[in-house]
Write a protein that binds this ligand. Structure first.
Ligand code: PMT
Length: 359
């Protein structure tokens, strides 16, 4: 326990509930005799810091060892998992985000905090993930229904440049795709996420390939699909792209016309290029949801299509919740409106079930 942790809960409470002695001081002669920081660092199979404060995260990122926890973390060679918890403005602060990026790059697992109302009265990202989720992460990272399965996911929008300063894009936030990546990872899969420009932190343990245009997304997805078992196309890929001007288009008083060229269909190309791949597309529709989704299932020759309404008050683009109906040849299933993470968990379960039926 750090000094700050002991301000909230006494070591005696921790000891009574866990049935284990509590370590808190770096230079305590009794504790050093019993198990010093080096022994503690060697003894642990895995270190989970929950909640991880902005201060502790900064110490880990910069190698500061001025208390027992930061010293053990510096000395250990085991897997370290952080469950950050702090005020939303602190979490979004560039200093914290840069520390998080540095720790991820060094192999620490970061369980992204959840979005919601906070003790300080504000609303935003910064609430520690639920303890059950932390346990699930620890238990399921290696073994799960998708253990040994390679899952490729596309997420977010694409940006199609008009000139060096302007582009065409859409309202996708990437939330649905990132939630699918997180849940596929929790199910034990080896996950690669090809993402358009979004303001999200990638889930722990997921390989992120950042792209901007539909063409770049096409190239990355096609390249990675050769080694994947499942492809989930949740990205909102531009169907049309302008021919980008080399210089900024000048205002001259006349109306302008943009010629839009058709982009390549990533989902259909991936499904065609690799017969063994289990392919899941999304259908984002403002009308005729079922008919259009079934048409995409047949025309793009994919195994499943998750159809969602878009442009409505709830669900779809850039919302916290979503609802889908999933269609496959010979069946369909409704998933009512719920948080995108919860929906993603249910979708991954369904996809895993159908993937094994096909293989
Ligand atoms: O990102 P969020 O804000 O969380 O929103 C989630 C979402 C609404 C974007 C998501 O749930 C969703 O519906 N994604 C698909 C959006 C889309 O482009 O739908 P579509 O009906 O236009 O395309 C059908 C399928 O073809 C999709 O799987 C799409 O990825 C794929 N496609 C489309 C065009 C193209 N050139 N290549 C493709 O692979």
């Amino acid at each position: 326990m750090t000094d700050a942790a002991m301000e909230f809960v006494t070591p005696l409470t921790f000891q009574a509930l866990s049935g284990h002695s509590v370590h808190s001081k770096l230079l305590d002669s009794d504790e050093e005799n019993a198990m010093g920081h080096i022994n503690l660092a060697r003894w642990a199979d895995e270190i989970i810091i929950a909640p991880a404060s902005a201060n502790s995260i900064a110490k880990f990122a910069h190698g500061i060892a001025d208390d027992l926890l930061s010293t053990v973390v510096l000395a250990t060679q085991c897997k370290v998992t952080l469950a950050p918890s702090m005020n939303q403005a602190m979490w979004l602060n560039l200093a914290v985000q840069e520390n998080i990026t540095a720790l991820r790059a060094r192999g620490m697992v970061i369980l992204n905090p959840e979005h919601g109302s906070q003790a300080c009265g504000e609303t935003g990202p910064g609430r520690m993930v639920e303890p059950g989720h932390i346990c699930q992460e620890i238990l399921q990272t290696e073994v799960g229904p998708l253990s040994g399965v390679s899952v490729l996911i596309s997420a977010g929008p694409t940006r199609e440049p008009i000139d060096p300063v302007r582009y065409i894009t859409n309202r996708s936030s990437g939330k649905m795709g990132y939630a699918l990546a997180e849940m596929a990872k929790s199910a034990g899969a080896d996950v690669t996420l090809v993402s358009g420009p979004v303001a999200l932190v990638p889930p722990a343990g997921v390989k992120l390939l950042a792209v901007e245009t539909a063409q770049q997304m096409y190239e990355q997805v096609l390249d990675c699909s050769a080694n994947a078992n499942i492809y989930i196309g949740s990205a909102a890929v531009a169907d049309y792209s302008p021919i980008a001007e080399e210089n900024k288009i000048k205002k001259d008083g006349a109306n302008k016309t943009l010629l839009l060229l058709k982009t390549r269909d990533i989902l259909a190309s991936v499904a065609e290029s690799n017969d063994a791949l289990f392919t899941v597309g999304f259908a984002a529709e403002t009308e005729h949801l079922e008919a259009y989704a079934k048409d995409k299932l047949a025309r793009k020759k994919v195994d499943m299509v998750a159809a969602n309404w878009v442009g409505r008050a709830d669900g779809g683009f850039d919302k916290e919740n979503n609802a889908v109906t999933v269609y496959w040849r010979g069946g369909q299933q409704d998933f009512p409106m719920t948080a995108k993470r919860h929906l993603a968990q249910q979708l991954i379960k369904l996809i895993a079930q159908h993937y094994y039926e096909k293989n």
